[in-house]
Design a protein around this ligand. Structure first.
Ligand code: UGA
Length: 444
C-alpha cells in the first residue's frame, strides 16, 4: 500500500518536503496552524519563491496526491509517517533556538495519533532535543498505539530545494530501532537506489550533523572574508586568493566567495543556537570561534556602509543610492537576516534616499522596511543614482555592463558587494569601483 505521509509545518522546508514526497509517489497531507497559508497551498499557490516548486505543487494538488489541512485529528488517524518541519527561530533572550513550534507540534500530534506511526523530526534543533521529544511522545500518546521518533535532518539550500530533497547529497537517519530505519529506507528508496550515501546513527549525532554542517559553511565564508580585511589593507586580489586556495582538493572552492557575508534563516541563527546550546552543556569556550565567525560576518556589512560613505565624500544625507538585490542570496525571495537589506536600511537611516530593486525579494523587503523605495527594474533603481550598490548576485546583475547603467546614473560609482563584476572593465569605462576584499583609495 502507498505510504501515507503528513508534513507538519508548511514553511520553506515543509512545503518543499510535502510536494517532493508527493512527486516520489506517496500520498501526502501538509499541516499548518496558519489557515491563510493552508488555503493558498490548497489552491496550488506557493507563498514563497523557489524554482521548480510551484510546478510540483500544482501538479500534485491537481492529482489529489497532495492535500493541506489545519486539523491534526485528520492526519493523526491517517498517516504512517509524520515529518516535523516547523521553524526553530532565534530566541531573542539568549540567541538559543526557540523550540515552541516543535514542542507544540509534537504535543498536538501525540494527542491525535490513533494508529501506529513514525514521527520524523526534520527541523534544526539543539542536540538533546530528539531524546527529550521521544519521551514526550511516549508519555502523551495513547497506550494502544505504537509511536516512534526518528531524526532526519534536512540539508536543502534555498534556490535548489527540490533537487536537494529529491536527490540529496547524503541522508542521515537518527534512529532508535531497526523498524524506524526500515521505514525511512522506504521513504527514501529512490535516492538510496541512486547510491546516495546514507548515515544511520543515533539522535545526538543526527542533530549535530546539521548544525555542524552549517557552522562549517559559515566558518568557511568568514574565513575568506577575514582575508578580505587583509587584502583591503595591504592590497591583493581576494578572488584570485580564493581560486588558488580552492585548487587544493582538501579545501575546495565552494563557499569561498568573499563579499557582504552570509544571512538567511539558517546560518546566522544556527551558529548562535549552537553556541548557546554548548554553553548550556557547560562547555563555555568550545564554540568561541563561532563568535568570531559571526563578528567577521557582521563587519562586512559595516564595511559596505563605510565604503558608501567614502564614495559619497561623507555626505550621504539626501544622496540617491540604488541597491541592486535585497534577498539574502540569488534565486530566493527570502530577506531574513539579509545583509543586503541591513545595509540598505542603515544607509536610509543615515539620510540617503535608497531605491531597491530585487527580482523576487521586493515584497518581503517592503514588509520589513517599508520606507525604502522599491522599483521593478535595474534602470528604475539606477535613475539619478549617485551610487550603485550590488548586494545580491542575481544573474541579471552579474551580466550588467557599464553601458547598461551609464544612461541612468548621476554618479558613476559602484560598490560590488559580491565580487562578481569585471572591475577593470568598469574602471576603463570611467567608473569608480569599490569591492569587498579590494583596497579602496577614495582619492582615486
Ligand atoms: C544553508 C545550507 O547551505 C543548507 O545546506 C542548509 O540546509 C540550510 O542552510 C538550512 O539550514 O536550512 P541556505 O540558507 O539556503 O542554506 O543558503 P546558502 O546557500 O548556504 O547561503 C547562505 C549565505 O551564505 C547566503 O547569504 C550566501 O550569500 C552566503 N554565501 C554563500 C557567501 O557569502 N559566500 C559563499 O561563498 C557562499
Amino acid at each position: 500500500m502507498t505510504l501515507r505521509i503528513s508534513v507538519i509545518g508548511t514553511g520553506y522546508l515543509g512545503a518543499t518536503h510535502a510536494a517532493c514526497m508527493a512527486e516520489l509517489g506517496f500520498e501526502v497531507i501538509g499541516v499548518d496552524v496558519d489557515q491563510d497559508k493552508i488555503s493558498r497551498l490548497s489552491q496550488g499557490d506557493l507563498p514563497f519563491h523557489e524554482p521548480g516548486l510551484p510546478e510540483l505543487l500544482v501538479k500534485h494538488v491537481r492529482s489529489g496526491r497532495l492535500r493541506f489541512t489545519t486539523d491534526y485529528a485528520e492526519v493523526g488517524g491517517w498517516a504512517d509517517i509524520h515529518f516535523i518541519g516547523v521553524g526553530t527561530p532565534e530566541r531573542a533572550a539568549d540567541r538559543g533556538a526557540d523550540l515552541r513550534y516543535v514542542d507544540a507540534s509534537i504535543q498536538s500530534l501525540a494527542r491525535h495519533i490513533t494508529r501506529d506511526a513514525l514521527v520524523v523530526g526534520k527541523s534544526t534543533v539543539p542536540v538533546g532535543t530528539a531524546r527529550r521529544l521521544a519521551g514526550v511522545l511516549a508519555a502523551e500518546s495513547r497506550p494502544d498505539v505504537n509511536v516512534e521518533l526518528a531524526w532526519n535532518p534536512e540539508f536543502l539550500r534555498e534556490g535548489f530545494a527540490v533537487k536537494d530533497t529529491v536527490s540529496p547529497d547524503r541522508l542521515v537517519f537518527g534512529v532508535d530501532s531497526g523498524t524506524a530505519e526500515a521505514r525511512l529506507r522506504e521513504v527514501y528508496a529512490r535516492a538510496l537506489g541512486q547510491d546516495t550515501p546514507l548515515v544511520v546513527t543515533d539522535f545526538e549525532t543526527a542533530e549535530l550533523v546539521k548544525v555542524a554542517a552549517n557552522a562549517f559553511l559559515a566558518t568557511k565564508i568568514s574565513f575568506i572574508n577575514a582575508f578580505s580585511e587583509v587584502t583591503e589593507t595591504v592590497g591583493g586580489d581576494i578572488r584570485t586568493l580564493a581560486d588558488a586556495l580552492g585548487f587544493d582538493a582538501r579545501i575546495g572552492r565552494k563557499f569561498l566567495n568573499a563579499g557582504i557575508g552570509f544571512g538567511g534563516g539558517c546560518l546566522p541563527k544556527d551558529i548562535r543556537a549552537l553556541q548557546t546550546r554548548v554553553s548550556e552543556l557547560g562547555l563555555n569556550h568550545t564554540m568561541d570561534f563561532l563568535h568570531n565567525v559571526d563578528d567577521i560576518n557582521l563587519r562586512r556589512r559595516d564595511r559596505v556602509v563605510s565604503l558608501a560613505h567614502q564614495m559619497l565624500d561623507n555626505s550621504v544625507a539626501g544622496r540617491r543610492i540604488a541597491v541592486l538585490g535585497v534577498a539574502f542570496k540569488p534565486d530566493s525571495d527570502d530577506v531574513r537576516d539579509s545583509p543586503a537589506l541591513d545595509v540598505a536600511g542603515r544607509l536610509y537611516n543615515d539620510g540617503a534616499e535608497v531605491t531597491v530593486y530585487d527580482p523576487e525579494g521586493n515584497d518581503n523587503a517592503r514588509r520589513r522596511f517599508p520606507r525604502l523605495g522599491y522599483v521593478d527594474s535595474v534602470a528604475d533603481a539606477a535613475r539619478d543614482a549617485d551610487l550603485v550598490l550590488l548586494l545580491t548576485e542575481w544573474n541579471e546583475f552579474k551580466a550588467l555592463t557599464p553601458a547598461d547603467l551609464a544612461p541612468q546614473v548621476r554618479g558613476t560609482r559602484l560598490v560590488d558587494g559580491r565580487n562578481v563584476l569585471d572591475h577593470a572593465q568598469w574602471e576603463q569605462a570611467g567608473w569608480t569601483i569599490a569591492a569587498l576584499g579590494r583596497r579602496f583609495d577614495p582619492a582615486g
